[in-house]
Design a protein around this ligand. Structure first.
Ligand SMILES: [Zn+2]
Ligand SMILES: [Zn+2]
Length: 522
């Protein structure tokens, strides 16, 4: 096939280099990015073993790949822990590549169709990584590059307008592909928001001498300032969430600030193309929806990521599920022909766009309403979360499955926004030390080990549904003074079961990190 629409262009050495860097990257979706690299590495190994490079026309042409890849690549301790999800993601990614190979003229559209049809072969594992095969396709003047965090390059007579720029580690290959295909200078870069998987423009060798400007919402400035101010916190939570090495990992603290910012609305022309920028809030407070009226193309950044909305993230700053629903309404009212997503393929055709954003809005609206009703009725945060209505027909849609964030947390984020931090659980008003409570409970039953064993019994007999109760008791047992390794062993077993039970990356990784704390004591 012609390779014009695909562009996996890194060679083995570059890949090794990138891989090493990824281990220390401070990406919001870091684990997914790591897995991405691991998939690249394994596919490289496989293609060499099968020696089938000739029929692999997907430009999976790791051109320096005559020698075997460095076996050290396989030693990513972080990746070993990702376990089965890598296998699943590899299979899904291979399938995405197969689709691209079979549809050389429109690989992105073909992948978009498979996703829309909820093809189980592609919607397995962590969809963020599976849907990042680094292929591209042109839609009118838009070169849409399907990578981990997508980049869209609009071809104008005055140069390229780039919408989102990938992570700093993706940036070199994105810029190379953009330059190779469009052969133009970079005129403007627009950030759909300030998350670091979208802002790598200053790491693009092909464009570094171009006198480009960066356009973004005004709150991007405050975000970068905050990242610098809370570098320690961000280092710790990302270290835990993505299993990063304690010794060497540090959250990013250098950013390319925007040159031009706006508050609510901005319109400008570059060459013959018009860009309208609308501010919205959802995953972040600094988001921009970009509209190209002539083409009816809409670029929504992370308002759409082929997942349930990332609107409740427990370790991050305030999210905005209500405004997210308003942003969805805005997209609906524009009636786009194509919506280009922040992660995953575009949604193609008015009908699909209307369906996807109506359903997304419905999911958000239902849960926000439930949260406010509960608060206004004087219920506790715990009770409101436990009774969150999750509309099964919505979360079974391929674009609303909770694989990253958990819709029950939309409630918690609204509570934080509208209520105080007091959750109506009186134990948490002036918290006591869990080890003191554990010691008393241990006295009651005989020992901390007995307490832990009871927790284990609850897990064994009660299954998935009782894991939360088992954990609560195991927490006290493990915290009790003189807690033995046995209590930590049980605590870790329960946490590992919870890690497995949860469908979202965020919940699983928090349980996993806690399990590892206990495992380190064994
Ligand atoms: Zn984001
Ligand atoms: Zn993103």
């Amino acid at each position: 096939m012609e390779s014009t629409n695909t562009c996996i262009i890194i060679n083995e050495q570059e890949q090794y280099h990138l891989y090493q860097q990824y281990q220390h990257e401070s990406c919001l979706c870091h684990r997914a990015a790591l897995i991405n690299m691991e998939i690249d590495r394994r596919l490289l190994l496989e293609s060499q073993e099968n020696n089938n490079d000739n029929n692999s026309n997907l430009s999976l042409n790791y051109t320096a790949g005559n020698s075997r890849p460095n076996p050290n690549l396989a030693r990513g301790a972080n990746l070993r822990k990702a376990g089965d999800s890598i296998k699943e993601a590899i299979e899904a990614r291979k399938y995405a590549q197969e689709i691209a190979r079979n549809n050389p003229k429109n690989p992105v559209t073909a992948i978009a169709n498979a996703c829309w049809e909820n093809d189980p072969k592609i919607m397995r594992g962590d969809s963020l990584t599976a849907l990042a095969p680094f292929v591209y396709e042109k839609y009118g003047p838009v070169l849409s590059m399907l990578t981990f965090a997508n980049t869209h390059c609009v071809d104008t007579s005055e140069g390229i307008v780039m919408i989102d720029c990938g992570t700093k580690f993706q940036a070199p290959r994105i810029s190379k592909a953009a330059k190779d295909v469009l052969k133009k200078k970079l005129h403007t870069a627009i950030y759909t928001h300030g998350h670091i998987d979208h802002i790598g423009v200053n790491f693009m060798p092909e464009f570094k001498d171009d006198n480009y400007r960066v356009v973004a919402h005004e709150n991007v400035v405050g975000r970068f300032d905050r990242y610098i101010k809370t570098n320690g916190y961000n280092t710790i939570i990302n270290q835990r969430q993505f299993q990063l090495p304690k010794e060497s990992y540090q959250f990013q603290n250098e950013f390319r600030y925007p040159d031009l910012t706006y508050s609510d609305y901005l319109r400008f022309d570059v060459g013959e193309e018009t860009f309208e920028l609308f501010h919205g809030k959802g995953e972040t407070n600094d988001a921009t929806i970009i509209w190209m009226p002539k083409h009816r193309y809409c670029f929504v950044g992370d308002f759409f990521i082929w997942n349930a909305p990332n609107a409740g993230n427990p370790q991050k700053v305030q999210r905005f599920p209500e405004e997210w629903a308003e942003a969805a309404a805005k997209v609906l009212s524009l009636n786009p022909k194509i919506v280009f997503a922040g992660h995953g393929p575009p949604i193609i055709g008015e009908e699909r766009v209307q369906e996807a954003f109506s359903n997304q809005k419905k999911l958000l609206d239902e849960i926000c309403q439930h949260a406010l009703n509960g608060m206004n009725a004087g219920k506790s945060l715990g009770e409101i979360m436990r009774t969150t209505p999750i509309n099964k027909s919505l979360i079974s849609k391929p674009y609303l499955q909770p694989k990253y964030d958990d819709p029950r947390w939309f409630v918690a984020t609204l509570w934080r926004r509208y209520a105080g931090w007091y959750t109506f659980d009186v134990r948490h008003l002036l918290p006591v030390d869990a080890s003191d409570v554990g010691t008393e409970l241990a006295k009651l039953v005989g020992s901390a080990e007995k307490l832990a064993k009871h927790a284990e019994k609850i897990m064994t007999e009660g299954g998935d549904e009782k894991l939360g109760i088992a954990l609560e008791i195991a927490e006290y047992a493990a915290a009790a003074a003189g807690a033995s390794t046995e209590t930590h062993l049980i605590r870790s077993k329960i946490l590992r079961a919870m890690e497995k039970r949860e469908t979202t990356l965020m919940a699983s990784s928090i349980y996993r990190a806690a399990a590892q704390d206990s495992e380190a004591k064994l």
